[in-house]
Each structure stands twice: as structure tokens, then as C-alpha cells.
Design a protein around this ligand. Structure first.
Ligand code: ATP
Length: 194
């Protein structure tokens, strides 16, 4: 059986970049968010539950998940958002368990923004946090997504504070400089896990 390493970080921290480096070093990565996006379209049971919760308009005429409609519906309705998450998160968890069973490497990585929030770290052998200074993260997301400073900052404010994540993480990657340094730190961490 493979050891599961949780890989996390807040918005713009660089966790996806780190995940890609990890794959380059030959280790498999499960991308929770990407899988969730597939699951809401492919899993019939999940689809039915989402329609029950939010209405048939949660899917368009082609039967595809209408992200914009759902986002508007759950915006400022925490109760509804929580119920939606209670449909999606367990399905991702099951999907991950099936994925893990198929892996043959001694280490596998699970990339998720919500590792600590959902206490998924408890099911991991080790947790790796990617972090960087707020201003740097905001700047990177502004460049990547064309969002304003304030837009990125408001997303950040809704996430678990870095301080708390740092306390919970087994290993920390500080992504304040360049990609070369980030790759070196990534390599060091993955080959030091035993
Ligand atoms: P999100 O949660 O928002 O998806 P993330 O944690 O996955 O973010 P990435 O997408 O990996 O973050 O990185 C954010 C942006 O910053 C990307 O455009 C990435 O290419 C860039 N980036 C990350 N690290 C560095 C770095 N050290 N130097 C320069 N650019 C970087």
C-alpha cells in the first residue's frame, strides 16, 4: 500500500505548481478539485442529489453542471453551500480511495485546498503545506486570473489563516522566490519523506 501525502496551500500559494513538479519526479498526484469538477458531471447519484437540492437548473440542456448558476445560488447561503459540500466531498473521498488502490508507487500525493479544513490530513501519512506571503500570492493570482487585488484578498480572507495551517503541517514549502527554488524545495521534501 502507498503512503498518502496531503498537499495543500491557500489561493495562489503554488500548490498546483508543486504538484506538477511532484509528477515530474515520478510520483502520482490526485487533484481533488479537478476530480470534483468531473464527478458533478459523471456521477449519476451526485447529479440527482444536486438537482434535489438546487433544482434542475443546476444542469444545463446538455446535462452539464452549471457552475455559474450553482455559485450564485449558494452565494451568501452557507446552509445551502454546506449541503452541497456534503454531497460532493464524500463522493470525492470515495473516488480518491478507488484511485489510491490502483497506485503502485510507495508515495502518492493528494492535492487539495481543504486538507486541514476537512481534516483530510488525519487520513494522510504526512501533510505538506505550500505557503507564501500574502502580497506575493495576491499578485500571482492577479496575473494568472485577471482578478483585482481586492477580489483575491476577499477569497483569501475566507480561507483558513496561514498561521493555523503552518501549525498543522508536517512539512512547509515557502514559495516566496522563483520556480527553481520551488522545485528544489519540492524535491528535497519528497525524497526526505520516509
Ligand atoms: P489556486 O488555489 O488559486 O489554484 P495554487 O495554490 O494552485 O492556486 P498555482 O496555480 O500553482 O497556485 O500558482 C499560482 C500562480 O503563480 C500560477 O500562475 C503559477 O504559475 C505562479 N507561480 C507559483 N509559484 C511561482 C514562483 N515561485 N515564481 C513565479 N510564479 C509562480
Amino acid at each position: 500500500v502507498s503512503k498518502i501525502i496531503g498537499l495543500t496551500g491557500g489561493i495562489g500559494s503554488g500548490k498546483t505548481t508543486v504538484a506538477h513538479f511532484i509528477e515530474e519526479f515520478g510520483f502520482p498526484v490526485y487533484y481533488s478539485d479537478d476530480r470534483a469538477k468531473t464527478i458533478v458531471n459523471d456521477n449519476g447519484e451526485v447529479k440527482a442529489k444536486i438537482k434535489d437540492l438546487l433544482g434542475n437548473e443546476a444542469y444545463d440542456e446538455q446535462g452539464l453542471y452549471d457552475r455559474k448558476f450553482v455559485a450564485e445560488k449558494v452565494f451568501n447561503n452557507n446552509d445551502l453551500l454546506q449541503q452541497l459540500n456534503e454531497i460532493i466531498h464524500p463522493a470525492v473521498r470515495i473516488d480518491f480511495e478507488e484511485w489510491v488502490k490502483k497506485q503502485t508507487k510507495y508515495l502518492v500525493f493528494k492535492e487539495t485546498a481543504l486538507l486541514f479544513e476537512l481534516k483530510l490530513n488525519l487520513a494522510c501519512y504526512k501533510s505538506v503545506l505550500v505557503t507564501a506571503e500574502d502580497n506575493i500570492r495576491i499578485k500571482r493570482v492577479m496575473d494568472r486570473d485577471g482578478k483585482t487585488y481586492r477580489e483575491v484578498e476577499s477569497i483569501m480572507e475566507k480561507q483558513m489563516p496561514e498561521k493555523e495551517k503552518i501549525k498543522l503541517a508536517d512539512c512547509i514549502i515557502y514559495n516566496n522566490t522563483n520556480l527553481e527554488d520551488l522545485k528544489e524545495q519540492t524535491e528535497k521534501i519528497i525524497f526526505e519523506i520516509e
